[in-house]
Write a protein that binds this ligand. Structure first.
Ligand code: FAD
Ligand code: NAI
Length: 464
């Protein structure tokens, strides 16, 4: 039938959806993108990656200026004070600029933005607002939202989710974060730097699940030094909010005596779950798996021909760059090209101070697969880090003991998020630790620590 309105209809304009739509249009396909938010860019640009990084950056600058930390560089600042309204203002500006930028890119690439919530009416048609649209291909990129915790009702005032924690009108005296994952540590850092006491209640025995064990231990040590109170192996059983604060009831995860914690504000950050509610997947012949995700094959195709899924709504890490790469790949597959994402090499970064980044296997995972060699180098021995008085952390390289192939790289460092790109690229090209060790690195730079860690895999680093 030739009466399709579009070759491609993308549902959701987050980093997965908007990138898929732009790429599809670039490939000559008639493309539309349905988005129910008032602005494009999804969770990431509106209430996720971008506003959180805007506050992380600003709060770090405030902390540097206010804490006296710059005195060691001969910079004395007296009377530094916080203008929280202005800090929020620059966050909103950053979001506005970038979401507006996507709108411009849609126009430039002739992607139609269909404003409103989309729901399937059949496998090849979707209702958006009062309009029904037929498309040859439909890409589901509806993202994810906060996982609720029974007994802890988010009210947006005293008990907030990550979006609410970005908007607090004043610095809480005591912020309790439920969940010691990425959001908890990043947004906890923001408010800690701005003067709050921050307690993190984590169910597991360590924070930052999924990361290399040694990295998690180092992070714990550094966060405690910064003033975080970390209550691991602890569960929240009730939360009672009043006009003035929240009374939380907690007890050991394994069971035991309950106690109460008083907080001004509670941030609930125990993970996110895929957005499929209201999509009427059944009308398209689709269902979700046990984790609420839409299953796909290697090409991002669902079990229904012509329907595809990418990003947080599909299996894999819930990360913007994973969603973006899948967006490009799915558009290329729809256009008859070969779109591939190497899911073994998706880097992850926690944007705290220092940053924490990793790619590939953890030491624990690598050991399960065979014999390994590990090389480590501390920033205490890196000349640039020493000069900058920025010596927290290390680089750790995990290599296959038989062929020296790099299996995983973990970095704790102020610049870890930037440095990890080199490791991802090396691993994408199948590098050995020797390849990295014999690659010339500019001096004096933090990435020299990566070279030294690679030297440590096979023998000895020079500067240690
Ligand atoms: P989303 O960005 O969630 O976008 C989906 C869009 O679909 C939404 O705009 C939604 O309104 C729309 N939608 C849903 N259902 C419908 C419907 N039926 N009809 C129409 N529209 C619909 N990741 C990183 O890689 N780096 C970071 O630094 C980072 N920081 C984060 C900080 C926070 C506080 C949070 C919450 C997340 C962060 N993430 C980060 C995760 C990142 O935001 C997500 O992985 C990413 O946004 C997923 O992209 P997506 O396109 O799959 O979905
Ligand atoms: P998360 O999965 O990173 O961490 C959730 C934490 O909550 C875990 O440590 C878990 O053990 C704990 N938890 C679960 N149930 C609990 C309970 N009942 N009581 C106490 N603790 C409990 O999820 P988070 O931090 O909510 O972030 C969601 C997603 O957003 C992440 O998976 C990440 O992919 C993405 N994100 C990425 C960022 C980045 O790339 N820098 C920044 C922020 C979010």
């Amino acid at each position: 039938m030739a009466d399709y309105d579009y070759d491609v209809l993308v549902i959701g304009a987050g980093p997965g959806g908007y990138v898929a739509a732009i790429r599809a249009a670039q490939l000559g396909l008639r493309t539309a993108c349905a988005e129910s938010r008032e602005t494009l860019g999804g969770t990431c640009l509106n209430v996720g990656c971008i506003p959180s990084k805007a506050l992380l950056h600003a709060s770090e600058l405030f902390h540097e200026a206010h804490s006296g930390a710059l005195a060691q560089f001969g910079i004395k600042i007296e009377g530094a004070s916080l203008d929280l309204d202005a800090m929020h203002g620059q966050r909103r500006e950053a979001v506005k600029g970038l979401t507006g930028g996507i709108e411009f890119l849609f126009k430039k690439n002739k992607v139609d933005w269909l404003k409103g919530r989309a729901a399937f009416t059949a496998a090849d048609s979707v209702q958006v607002g009062d309009r029904t649209v037929r498309a040859r291909n439909i890409v589901i990129a509806t993202g994810s939202s906060v996982t609720p915790l029974p007994g802890v009702a988010v009210d947006g005032k005293r008990i907030v989710d990550s979006a609410g924690a970005l908007e607090l009108a004043e610095v809480p005296k005591h912020l309790v974060v439920i969940g010691g994952g990425v959001i908890g540590m990043e947004l906890g850092s923001v408010w800690l730097r701005l003067g709050a006491k921050v307690t993190v209640v984590e169910y597991l025995d360590q924070i930052l699940p999924g990361m290399d064990g040694e990295v998690r231990r180092e992070a714990t040590k550094l966060f405690k030094k910064q003033g975080f109170e970390l209550r691991t192996s602890t569960k929240v059983t009730a939360a009672e909010a009043s006009d003035t604060g929240v009374r939380l009831t907690v007890e050991p995860a394994a069971g035991g005596a309950a106690e109460t914690i008083e907080a001004d504000v509670v941030l609930l950050a125990i993970g996110r779950r895929p957005n499929t509610e209201g999509l009427a997947l059944d009308k398209a012949g689709l269902a979700t798996n046990q984790r609420g995700q839409i299953e796909i094959n290697h090409d991002f195709a669902t079990s229904v021909p012509g329907i595809w899924a990418i990003g947080d709504v599909a299996p894999g890490p819930m990360l913007a760059h994973k969603a973006e790469d899948e967006g490009i790949a799915v558009a290329e597959n729809i256009a008859g090209r070969t779109g591939i994402v190497n899911h073994d090499l998706i880097p992850s970064v926690v944007y705290t101070t220092p940053e924490i980044a990793g790619v590939g296997l953890t030491e624990e995972q690598a050991k399960e697969r065979g014999e390994i060699r590990v090389g480590k180098f501390p920033f205490l021995a890196n000349s640039r880090a020493k000069t900058n008085k920025d010596t927290d952390g290390f680089v750790k390289i995990i290599a296959d003991a038989n062929n020296d192939r790099v299996l995983g790289v973990w970095i704790v460092c102020s610049l870890a998020g930037t440095m990890i790109a080199q490791a991802v690229q090396a691993m994408e090209f199948g590098a050995t630790s020797e390849d990295i060790a014999y690659t010339c690195h500019a001096h004096p730079t933090h990435p020299e620590a990566l070279k030294e860690a690679a030297m440590a895999v096979l023998g000895k680093p020079i500067h240690m």
